[in-house]
Design a protein around this ligand. Structure first.
Ligand SMILES: O=c1ccn([C@@H]2O[C@H](COP(=O)(O)OP(=O)(O)O)[C@@H](O)[C@H]2O)c(=O)[nH]1
Ligand SMILES: O=C(O)[C@@H](COP(=O)(O)O)O[C@H]1O[C@H](CO)[C@@H](O)[C@H](O)[C@H]1O
Length: 329
């Protein structure tokens, strides 16, 4: 891992417990910031109501200043009851076709995240997936908090354990098999992000409005890489918010997601020749608290584990003299 990233991990990895809500509300009052939360939703009737309800009750009722000023569900073409369920729970629901109709909406998560900027007004915009189970308000306050208390920060991503069935760390399959290797080899300065594809993150509007949005699942990777190049590593941070449980897609669907992510990376690799960094850093929950990235008090955070990547390629055998000699004999 680059020394710059080791230092970044120490300086820019937090826990949601570092900033109590009272401190965030004071900072919000002092800065006069407005906060918008956007939930991109495609057929999320099963979970959207609970998520909206938690945000409304825990983050939109404090007086005189609530943490969240605006909660919008961007309906990505749902065919179930996502919209009425979200409205009944207290969210404003906007259908993707009703935003910028002169540009017909394309399918995809990034499309609705991009369009959400046109129908929200917050200086800080927080995105969160709408398929999360056991949703905690920490998923919003944790990533919004550092942006309220540190003007140097411009994008903050959540980090968490990602169980898959009985495996406490089996989730994030495309992260571990595609995104993390791509970032480590081609954008090693981003190797410190524990959950680079995580769908819970907050950023300043002034950053988001100047970035391109891949319309599909490449949006998280694209925004992360482009934020690095636009704002610099020190303007980025991550916050440990515990455990993230969500609905999991099947392998075929994740294959399509991986293709979109690879294409997003390919476009950015083409923008500049870059050396391949021969190291892969993976993360595991540091249960003994020996010190790792972020980590709620006592949870220890996430410990980085770096591995060498073999990058040597042998030349065609016919170029080897001994081979040529043997073939000639
Ligand atoms: O075309 C799409 C695909 C996904 N999503 C939403 O984006 C979030 C993440 O999508 P998904 O759960 O499919 O991704 P995963 O978490 O499985 O990687 C969820 O709130 C989806 O409803 C969306 O708005 N439009
Ligand atoms: O991180 C991942 O590998 C994928 C799939 O997660 P799982 O293997 O289903 O836990 O999930 C993420 O990737 C998407 C693409 O960036 C994001 O849009 C999702 O929010 C995020 O859950």
């Amino acid at each position: 891992m680059l020394e710059e990233v080791e230092q970044w991990l120490r300086r820019r990895s937090f826990s949601c417990t570092d900033r109590p809500l009272t401190e965030l509300l004071a900072a919000k009052r002092a800065t006069g910031s407005r906060v918008s939360v956007v939930l991109p939703a495609l057929n999320e009737e099963r979970t959207i109501g609970g998520i909206v309800s938690v945000i409304r009750h825990e983050l939109m009722t404090a007086s005189p200043t609530a943490l969240v000023d605006e909660l919008v569900v961007l309906d990505s073409g749902s065919t179930d009851r996502t919209a009425p369920v979200a409205e009944a729970a207290g969210a404003r629901v906007v259908h993707r076709d009703d935003v910028l109709p002169r540009l017909p909406a394309l399918p995809g998560k990034g499309e609705v995240l991009w369009r959400s900027l046109l129908v929200t007004s917050g200086d800080i915009v927080c995105f969160a997936d709408a398929d999360l189970e056991d949703f905690s308000a920490d998923f919003v306050s944790g990533v919004v908090g550092p942006l309220l208390t540190d003007p140097r920060l411009r994008l903050v991503k959540a980090m968490y354990d990602r169980p898959l069935g009985d495996d406490p760390a089996g989730g994030g399959r495309v992260t571990e098999l595609v995104a993390r290797p791509l970032l480590n080899l081609h954008w090693p300065r981003l190797a410190g992000f524990v959950q680079p594809l995580g769908g819970e993150y907050a950023a300043r509007r002034t950053l988001l409005e100047q970035l391109p949005f891949p319309v599909g699942y490449g949006v998280e990777l694209g925004l992360l890489i482009d934020s690095l190049h636009t704002a610099g590593l020190d303007a980025l941070a991550q916050v440990d918010v515990g455990v993230r449980r969500h609905r999991h897609q099947d392998g075929q669907a994740l294959g399509r997601m991986a293709a979109a992510i690879h294409h997003t990376a390919q476009l950015r690799m083409a923008r500049g020749s870059r050396l391949v960094s021969p190291t892969l850093t993976q993360f595991e929950r540091d249960v003994d608290g020996a010190g790792g990235a972020g980590g709620a008090a006592g949870s220890g955070g996430f410990a980085p584990r770096s591995h060498a990547v073999d990058t040597v390629e042998r030349p065609p055998m016919r170029e080897i003299a001994e081979y040529a000699a043997r073939r000639a004999a």
